[in-house]
Design a protein around this ligand. Structure first.
Ligand code: NAD
Length: 430
């Protein structure tokens, strides 16, 4: 089995992980599809996104000049319900990346057993270089351009890299002004005062924490004796680090775009959070740890490694040097397809992105449900429902990994495909 998987990865994705993220998704889809003998018709349907929209967004900048930005939205699938997926503001946003992220959302929602298909959007920009006013005008321009794509029962965006509740509020407001109706459920990850759900902001990090505890228990490791390194200290990484520390796990390293910070005795995460709150949300200059590189962080000896920043950080050569027992993929696509077999050979358990970071979309789903009901749950209720769903999803994937003698990433795809193929078949192909 091992050899077959390695062969398939090599032959379907040679070099493509660097060139095409979408090809990397398809390579993994192919492996899972072959293992469960998925009808070719279903695979074929899933290889092509249902809708791709690219828009030009002219924005009046603070200096009085107009700048035109590229905006994207890809709806990969609506076979199990309206499409769901975040909006990313980053300079490397492009059609291939958005397509891949949209497909991942299809599989992620199915693994978490949510009644959604998958989508993703993005704007090619560097949000850190834009003023608040420019960001608001850009977000509103994007909402206007996507007014026919979005819809409370059609396509529901949320935050992703470079966006937060603030951008969701602007997009919601613009959408409501255009449609003349109040539709809080058209977007999730909103501020709590505008129909956002308690627990949403920390949800992806919380999902990382729950998945970590599940994986540790499978290896009979006591969390209170475990160590972890977390790459990325934004929404996902900072909440994950805080919640893991609250479970007694010693966080020996954290990092962000400014580099890594290491302390073998454990970093005080509250102290690091206080530091970034006063330092423009960045760890640059953090004084209470030793500076290391992001690459060094990935190869530290620890029990749990959480890549929670960017895609394509665990290359085959990094994988050769990784010394952890468990990888929990907080980020989307942090591991190259070619690195999967290497990690597997080393006996490292990789809890894949489509499971490990599905806490965010799970609580987005709860937010949407609460918006539809017009009735809101307490944070404890949200967290409890989230943890239950996450544990069930982990167990399903773990069981499929054993059943099909494969690793967790492929087992997660299998778990998703089992559900999606039924949706596709029941609805009919034509
Ligand atoms: P964010 O913008 O809040 O944070 C990103 C973090 O990564 C920041 O700390 C940034 O400094 C750091 N970073 C940037 N470049 C880096 C580099 N070269 N090396 C190390 N760190 C670097 O983004 P986020 O929302 O936390 O998203 C992180 C990842 O998690 C993305 O892959 C995103 O798609 C995924 N994700 C996010 C959510 C969510 O709810 N926010 C849900 C699912 C998946």
């Amino acid at each position: 089995m091992q050899k077959i998987l390695i062969h398939i990865f090599m032959s379907t994705s040679t070099q493509t992980a660097h060139e095409s993220m979408y090809e990397a998704v398809l390579a993994r889809l192919n492996v899972a599809a072959q293992l469960i003998n998925l009808p070719e018709t279903v695979t074929k349907v899933l290889r092509y996104p249902q809708k791709e929209v690219k828009v030009s967004l002219p924005v009046m900048m603070d200096d009085g000049k107009v700048q035109v930005f590229e905006g994207y939205r890809v709806v990969h699938s609506t076979h199990l319900g309206p499409s769901k997926g975040g909006i990313r503001y980053a300079m490397d946003v492009n059609d291939d990346e958005v397509r891949a992220l949209a497909a991942w959302m299809t599989f992620k929602c199915a693994v978490a057993d949510l009644p959604y298909g998958g989508a993703k959007g993005g704007i090619k920009c560097d949000p850190r270089k834009l003023s608040e006013g420019e960001l608001e005008r850009l977000s509103r321009a994007y909402a206007k351009a996507m007014k026919d794509v979005f819809g409370v029962n059609k396509d529901i965006p949320a935050p992703d890299m470079g966006t937060s509740a603030r951008e969701m509020a602007w997009i919601l407001d613009e959408y409501n002004k255009i449609t003349g109706e109040d539709s809080p459920g058209v977007i999730t990850g909103k501020p709590v005062g505008l129909g956002g759900s308690l627990g949403r902001e920390a949800a992806t990090g919380r999902g990382v924490m729950v998945n970590t505890l599940q994986a540790l228990s499978k290896l009979n490791i006591n969390p209170k004796q475990a160590t972890a390194a977390v790459q990325g200290f934004g929404n996902v990484g900072s909440h994950a680090a805080r919640l893991l520390a609250e479970q007694g796990i010693k966080i020996i390293a954290i990092s962000d775009a400014s580099g890594g910070y290491y302390d073998e005795k454990g970093i005080d995460i509250k102290d690091a959070l206080n530091y970034i709150a006063k330092n423009n949300r960045i760890l640059e200059g953090y004084p209470n740890a030793t500076k290391i590189t992001n690459e060094e962080l990935l190869t530290l000896k620890c029990d749990v490694l959480v890549p929670a920043a960017l895609q394509n950080v665990i290359s085959p050569s990094i994988a050769e040097n990784v010394k952890c027992k468990i990888i929990i993929e907080g980020a989307n696509g942090p591991t190259y397809p070619e690195a999967d077999p290497i990690l597997n050979e080393k006996g490292i358990i990789v809890v894949p992105d489509i499971l490990a970071n599905s806490g965010g979309v799970t609580v987005s789903y709860f937010e949407w449900v609460q918006n539809k009901m017009g009735y809101y749950w307490t944070e404890e209720e949200v967290n409890q429902k989230h943890d239950e769903k996450m544990k069930v999803a982990f167990e399903k994937v773990w069981t499929n990994a054993k059943k099909y003698n494969t690793y967790m990433r492929i087992a997660a795809y299998i778990t998703a495909l089992e559900k999606i193929q039924l949706g596709i078949k029941m609805k009919g192909f034509f």
